[in-house]
Design a protein around this ligand. Sequence first.
Ligand SMILES: [Zn+2]
Length: 80
Amino acid sequence: MCQPAHSTPLWSPPVGGPVEAVFAVDVLRCPGCGGRRKIVAAITQVAVGRAILAALSLPTEPPAVHPARGPPGLFEGESP
Ligand SMILES: [Zn+2]
């Protein structure tokens, strides 16, 4: 559950922004009560983010990017 915002945040991402458009998820909507969450802190330095991830034993590098594959059955010998 979240606490209702009683003060005006310094900045809020626009509703219907790119994250919501791609994932169909409003990350600022509380799933418990439906209220609006507010951003209270942001990590802007990569080194700080990596240090936090390392302390949590989480990967500090993004996963490798692989090329997209073609549709099934496009290549000879491949079953659709
Ligand atoms: Zn809530």
